[in-house]
Design a protein around this ligand. Structure first.
Ligand SMILES: [Zn+2]
Ligand SMILES: [Zn+2]
Length: 190
């Protein structure tokens, strides 16, 4: 069993056409591929009344409740919603870097999502943020060159970014983390 997986999508990410109808919270909970499992659906998909139902269902299965926040335009609203942690898309823009501070001010863990494919400049990310090594995307860049300068500066989390049941795996991300000499940071005890 994996130690932790905090980046998983379910059918609540209705705007994401990579998610399959079988990818329900119930299925994620039943598979239970990691000791600590967190669901992090797209925040913008959870508005229009879906947020409370989402929190109740995810926490009802004993899973951590996260949201994936797509840049600065959603940060203010997301910071006003009670979750266990945030996963954030931080593109290479001043507005996105500044909005990271707003998420950190909530006191909740902030995971910078697949920075290697968003062009995130990790020199501009506060050291309290957790940096993701993401199984879906880590191989889609020169990850060795991208992450190596920062291995001593940040804590890292390893994630599947699963949108489909067979993506509940971290094989490539764990290979990259081992090559980088990165020890995974466990965000939640248990
Ligand atoms: Zn993402
Ligand atoms: Zn995602």
């Amino acid at each position: 069993m994996l130690p932790q997986d905090l980046h998983i999508h379910t059918t609540y990410s209705a705007n994401d056409n990579c998610v399959v109808p079988e990818q329900t919270v119930a299925l994620i909970a039943a598979v239970k591929h990691a000791r600590i499992v967190g669901v992090s659906d797209h925040f913008e998909s959870l508005l229009n009344g879906g947020f409370e139902r989402y929190c109740a269902e995810v926490s009802g299965y004993g899973l951590k409740v996260g949201v994936e926040v797509d840049g600065h335009t959603w940060v203010q609203e997301a910071s006003e919603h009670e979750v266990d942690y945030y996963v954030m898309h931080c593109r290479d823009s001043g507005a996105d870097y500044r909005s990271v501070e707003l998420l950190l001010a909530t006191g909740k863990p902030v995971i910078i999502a697949h920075p290697n494919v968003l062009g995130t400049d990790l020199d501009r990310i506060p050291a309290q943020c957790l940096i993701e090594i993401n199984n879906r995307y880590v191989w889609r860049s020169n990850w060795r060159e991208y992450y190596t300068p920062f291995v001593d500066r940040f804590n890292f989390v390893i994630s599947s970014d699963a949108h489909q049941p067979n993506w509940l795996s971290q094989t490539v991300a764990r290979y990259a983390a081992a090559e980088l000499g990165v020890a995974e940071h466990l965000v939640f005890a248990g």
